[in-house]
Design a protein around this ligand. Sequence first.
Ligand SMILES: NC(=O)c1ccc[n+]([C@@H]2O[C@H](COP(=O)([O-])OP(=O)(O)OC[C@H]3O[C@@H](n4cnc5c(N)ncnc54)[C@H](OP(=O)(O)O)[C@@H]3O)[C@@H](O)[C@H]2O)c1
Length: 220
Amino acid sequence: MNVFIIGITGGVGSLLAAELLNRGDTVIGLVRNHEQQNHLRDRGITTMLGDLTELSPTELADRTGDADTMVFTAGAGGGTQAATTAIDGEGVSTAIAAAELLSARPRFGLISVFPEAWRERNLGPEFDHYIDVKKHAELALTQSDLDWVILRPSALRDDPGTGTVELGPAEIHETITRADVARTMAELLHEARISRRILEVTAGATPIARAVHQNIRHDR
Ligand SMILES: NC(=O)c1ccc[n+]([C@@H]2O[C@H](COP(=O)([O-])OP(=O)(O)OC[C@H]3O[C@@H](n4cnc5c(N)ncnc54)[C@H](OP(=O)(O)O)[C@@H]3O)[C@@H](O)[C@H]2O)c1
């Protein structure tokens, strides 16, 4: 596969790039400065410069090279409501529109969030806005003609991956390592039989390859 990652310098994005490179895939990423470009070049990753909030769909499409797969794992990371709207919301719309412009329509992976994440904590209007924007981004992708997969991870942790998860259409929101999310997304991208599906992932005991395989639907 030839994968274009938006959010490649982030926690999940950089781990996803490593997973894909290990599998022999080619990885291209969108970055915002030359320092990031130099760092990623040393890891064998081609990068394209651009700020997602400033690119048109055409300009983003021009940066994707020969990608047959696009992944959106960018985010405002608890920034202002305006930043969340611009990146987690409008950024996804720009990426979908860019994918739709490409003659070989890429498969599209979106890292989203559990809609009920941390509802019990009453985290305030910024967090409520974040959840709302993420849901609208999912809606936009599900209404596109693309071949997509949406992965909703529990709250992210940075400790080492376990290689095991629980994955399904409905899971209980807890926590999960970014490494396990990255590996699950890599596995999903490689499983073409999982198409136009929303899956939730949290820490668990099922080896990731088996968890993905268990979600192949045999009723179609
Ligand atoms: N935190 C959680 O508990 C949690 C839970 C569920 C889902 N999620 C979602 O999981 C995804 C990955 O989270 P993460 O914590 O791994 O991400 P992260 O480390 O915060 O990384 C965010 C990425 O987005 C990029 N980005 C931000 N603004 C951009 C812009 N204007 N143009 C281009 N790139 C831009 C950043 O690039 P720079 O390096 O240039 O800033 C970075 O690569 C996010 O979509 C997040 O909403 C998070």
